[in-house]
Design a protein around this ligand. Structure first.
Ligand code: AMP
Length: 117
């Protein structure tokens, strides 16, 4: 069996993190190097390496990430459209991926520029 990813170890409480949400399919915890006042990572419990590696049988995990994002945004007080948030998934070198376990960044709490850097 392949070694656990960093994020699997967080989900399994082997590495400490500020976990703010959890359900059957995913968990969410605060990013250790926040890029905005609210910066939360939403991670499937199944260690899909990156979005481009997901397959049809991962549909429930993928859907759960977006449903969790809405719940986390609500809990953080940023779901309303007068505030708002951004979801980001990085893949590969040019995308800025550094942890090979699929995760959605939820960023909020300040105006976010577009296009991103
Ligand atoms: P990415 O660059 O899209 O792969 O995002 C990986 C994210 O994981 C970065 O924003 C890191 O700051 C974050 N990160 C790395 N290690 C930890 C950790 N132990 N706890 C919480 N976030 C982490």
């Amino acid at each position: 069996m392949s070694e656990k990813t960093l994020f699997q170890k967080i989900i399994d409480r082997e590495i400490p993190a500020d976990i703010v949400y959890e359900d059957e399919f995913c968990a969410a915890f605060r990013d250790i190097q926040p890029q905005a006042p609210v910066h939360i990572l939403i991670v499937p419990k199944k260690p899909i390496p990156r979005v481009g590696d997901a397959v049809a049988e991962d549909q429930a995990q993928l859907g759960a990430l977006l449903l969790a994002a809405g719940k986390v945004a609500e809990a953080e007080g940023v779901r309303s459209t007068d505030k708002g948030f951004r979801l980001v998934i990085n893949q590969g070198r040019d995308g800025g991926e550094t942890v090979p376990h699929l995760h959605v960044h939820l960023l909020a709490g300040r105006p976010l520029e577009w296009p991103p850097g």
